[in-house]
Design a binder for this molecule. Structure first.
Ligand code: UDP
Length: 463
């Protein structure tokens, strides 16, 4: 822990699991560097503040009704949050900033999620610098930034007849890899992405949970297009102090995941999880189940309650499905994922390629089977399978025979060995970048200097 800096940072996470985790990790990193931390959080999906006694929490009324507080239509939810949070957030931040006059710990800046685009105008109105945290990867952000071009050239909206066409401006992406999300009003997606990109451009800096060696060319492209300082300081969860802090899971982690893994042979298990938002049809769920069963590999499968459409949990499985596997399969509602991926019994991760899952897999040197569902997951999966070549993508819908074949290819064949070799190299790079002199280590030092350099702006304008 470094000496206290006498400065406070205000962080505002987007209240979804894949955003809360990295924001709290970042808060821990900055706290360990001597900053005091205040978190503003919506009531919706709020983490337990008692897990973070070293932070100050302020909860704001997001005003979401029960039906609105649902992740069934993520674009609608994000659009609503950007409207409903404006006033309560502004009021809360205003109070925190005006306390600057008397507090020994003046607020240096706001660090808010890129998707909370409304916070740029609020920060401007209070003359407080805003630094953006982008919790997704840089490569998918390049694609979001290209949405106007993609629309102009007719790639978007996506037409079913063009799915396999290359997007020549963004190799190696195909049209089917573009990061769209189904929503009842497609225009709101374009509006959200435009706002996200434009307010990021208007910010005072951009923090990434990634590292140079992984996304060098995408980071360079962003630096070129956006004239603002960027700080790739990831992987956040691998910074020393972050590992020891409790996790911010919204669902209880089932610790039998680890006791069950302890009984399995080295690198034999397929870990299967599609994150906190993705849902599957009963048909796809059954193909996954039979693909896993027929593969003859042990598997640990996270099935979130409600993630199989029109089912509560596992009712769609044939009766006796697990029993007939004689202990070869273990299903939980939520797992301690980072510990699972670090476990010696895990040999592969079948993932939806949310950015956190992708990065966590790389950090543990675990090869992937990619089944992206929506948004940036599609870009991440293409990078995993074709750029970094550390996984195999299930391309043509879900079918048990293809699943079994892909698992065999990854676990037992020569291609699998090559993939394992490459992911081990990336794992080593992920570790090295956090060491003194490494790119993320140095970038974090630059971020801290940058925060101090913003103060002339903050304190002269609030004087
Ligand atoms: N996660 C977890 N247990 C699970 C499934 C997921 O702890 O059973 C965590 C995972 O480690 C990651 C986050 O939830 O940090 C999911 O984020 P990601 O970006 O991968 O996907 P999203 O949920 O946003 O689609």
């Amino acid at each position: 822990m470094e000496q206290r800096k006498g400065r406070r940072l205000v962080l505002f996470p987007l209240p979804l699991q894949g955003h809360i985790n990295p924001t709290l990790d970042l808060a821990n990193i900055l706290h360990s560097k001597g900053f005091s931390i205040t978190l503003i959080h919506t009531n919706f999906n709020s983490p337990n503040p008692s897990n973070y006694p070293h932070f100050t929490f302020h909860f704001i009324q997001d005003g979401l009704s029960e039906s609105q507080a649902s992740t069934n239509d993520v674009v609608s939810l994000l659009t609503l949050l950007n409207i409903k949070c404006v006033e309560p957030f502004k009021e809360c931040l205003r109070k925190l900033v005006s306390d600057n006059d008397v507090s020994e710990e003046p607020v240096s800046c706001l660090i808010s999620d890129a998707i909370f685009h409304f916070t740029q105008a609020v920060a401007d109105s209070l003359k407080l610098p805003r630094i953006v945290l982008r919790t997704g990867g840089a490569s998918s952000f390049v694609v979001f930034a290209a949405f106007p071009l993609l629309r102009e050239k007719g790639y978007l909206p996506i037409q079913a007849s063009r799915l396999e066409n290359q997007v020549v401006e963004l190799p190696p992406l195909k049209v089917k890899d573009l990061p769209v999300i189904n929503t009842h009003n497609p225009k709101t997606l374009y509006q959200l992405v435009d706002n996200l990109v434009n307010t990021t451009k208007a910010s005072s800096g951009l923090i990434w949970n990634t590292f140079e060696d992984l996304e060098q060319s995408s980071l360079a492209s962003i630096s070129q297009q956006f004239s603002l300082p960027i700080f790739p300081i990831g992987p956040f969860h691998k910074h020393n102090l972050v590992c020891t802090s409790p996790k911010s899971s919204l669902l209880a982690e089932d610790q039998t995941s680890i006791s069950w893994l302890n009984t399995q042979p080295l690198k034999s298990v397929i870990y299967v999880s599609f994150g906190s938002l993705a849902a599957t049809s009963v048909r796809d769920f059954l193909e996954i189940a039979w693909g896993l069963a027929n593969s003859e590999h042990p598997f640990l499968w996270v099935v979130r309650p409600g993630s199989v459409l029109r089912s509560e949990w596992l009712e769609a499985l044939p009766s006796g499905f697990l029993e007939n596997l004689s202990g070869r399969g273990h299903i939980v509602k939520w797992a301690p994922q980072q510990k699972v991926l670090a476990h010696q019994a895990v040999g592969a991760f079948w993932t939806h390629n949310g950015w956190n899952s992708t990065l966590e897999s790389i950090c543990e040197g675990v090869p992937m089977i990619c089944l992206p569902c929506f948004s940036d997951q599609k870009v991440n999966a293409r990078y995993v399978s074709q750029v970094w070549k550390v996984g195999l993508q299930l391309e043509n819908g879900l079918e048990r025979g293809a699943i079994e074949k892909t698992i065999t290819e990854l676990m037992r064949e020569k291609e699998g060995d090559e993939i394992r070799g490459r992911v081990s190299k990336l794992q080593e790079m992920a570790n090295n970048c956090l060491e003194k002199g490494g790119t993320s280590y140095e970038s974090l030092e630059s971020l801290i200097s940058h925060i101090f350099s913003l103060e002339s702006f903050t304190f002269s304008s609030s004087a």
